[in-house]
Design a protein around this ligand. Structure first.
Ligand code: HEC
Ligand code: HEC
Length: 282
């Protein structure tokens, strides 16, 4: 899934950068004659990227659909970024149009992948942001920006966010309360039960109970221990594999998530992910 994502991003990058360059040049040459500059909203909902496929829908061939979604969304995203680079014009506009919300276009950009209210997408393996700890998200965004957390999609996005953008977006999504994202397939009941046991009790000396750190119901505990409730199972599985991968490149710190994940079997990862995907964050 991640390889698929990075492939899609790389392929799309060159085309979009050329497009972006052309857009920038056109916008620049038009600017002196423009009384009302672009608002972020106008630009993110513009053609030719206007209609994106519904990435949360449950259909066949999720990998192909995901590649299409991500490439379309990346186009929208870069448009939004190009709008951000016109920020001085937007600031000048706010004097004449007080309703202009500098963050609304960015929220729409995030919603393209993370869902209208940050509910996430199981088909695309995209995490739920709604109900997540705001400080944890702001920190995650700064790690994407610094390149210390890997994700081709999120690194490209975070690079263009200021600290105050990160703060505002994190506060916004933390306060959302949408229902859980639709699962790609209903979780197996046996997995859900094994996952519940692992989350509440752990597995002897091997794996500590998830809720001992992530709090009852997986709702999270402060900025350090994120909410793991209500995440699409596809995201939890991918993220736990990522922690396992990290554990191979150096001895994990005791008590870190990398250390916990390194002890988990694939069956335990599947079970935990199935169970957590059923838990409400509200
Ligand atoms: C092109 C699709 C896409 C767009 C647009 C997008 N994201 Fe993401 N986001 C992802 C993916 C995929 C991940 C999972 C990355 C990983 O862990 O590998 C992610 C992860 C995150 C995380 C970490 C969540 C966690 O629990 O670990 C945060 C926070 C986040 N995104 C915020 C945002 C914000 C804010 C925006 C808008 C400015 C945004 N994203 C736009 C695809 C996207
Ligand atoms: C010893 C404490 C501890 C235990 C036990 C623990 N975790 Fe974590 N977990 C963490 C910390 C700390 C992080 C944040 C790591 C980071 O962001 O780099 C984390 C992050 C995560 C994430 C990423 C969340 C996100 O939104 O990006 C997932 C998924 C996760 N844990 C699942 C689990 C599961 C499943 C279990 C039980 C099998 C578990 N954790 C047990 C400490 C723990």
């Amino acid at each position: 899934m991640l390889n698929c994502l990075s492939g899609a991003v790389r392929q799309e990058h060159t085309v979009v950068m050329i497009f972006l360059f052309a857009t920038q040049m056109t916008a620049r040459s038009m600017t002196p004659f423009r009384r009302q500059p672009f608002s972020l909203d106008q630009r993110t909902s513009d053609a030719p990227f206007g209609k994106s496929p519904d990435c949360s829908a449950n259909q066949a061939a999720p990998m192909n659909r995901f590649a299409v979604c991500v490439s379309r969304k990346l186009g929208t995203l870069l448009l939004a970024i190009s709008a951000v680079s016109h920020a001085p014009f937007a600031a000048a506009a706010s004097a004449t149009s007080p309703s202009l919300d500098p963050h609304s276009g960015m929220v729409a950009t995030c919603a393209e992948c993370h869902g209208a209210a940050g509910e996430g997408s199981a088909a695309a393996g995209i995490p739920r942001l709604a109900g997540q700890n705001a400080d944890y998200m702001a920190h995650a965004l700064s790690m994407f920006k610094a390149g210390t957390r890997a994700s081709p999609a999120m690194q490209a996005i975070a690079r263009n966010l200021s600290d105050s953008d990160m703060r505002a977006l994190s506060d916004y999504f933390a306060a959302q309360k949408p229902p859980l994202a639709a699962a790609t397939q209903p979780p197996q009941q046996a997995d859900v039960q094994r996952g519940q046991q692992l989350a509440q009790l752990g597995d002897g000396a091997n794996v500590a109970a998830c809720f001992s750190c992530h709090a009852a119901g997986g709702k999270g505990n402060g900025a350090r221990f994120p909410s793991i409730a209500g995440q699409p199972a596809t995201f939890t599985v991918a993220r736990l594999h990522e922690f396992q991968e990290r554990a191979k490149h150096g001895k994990p710190k005791p008590g870190s998530m990398t250390a916990v994940a390194a002890q988990m079997s694939d069956a335990q990862i599947e079970a935990a992910a199935a169970y957590l995907s059923t838990l409400s964050t509200n």
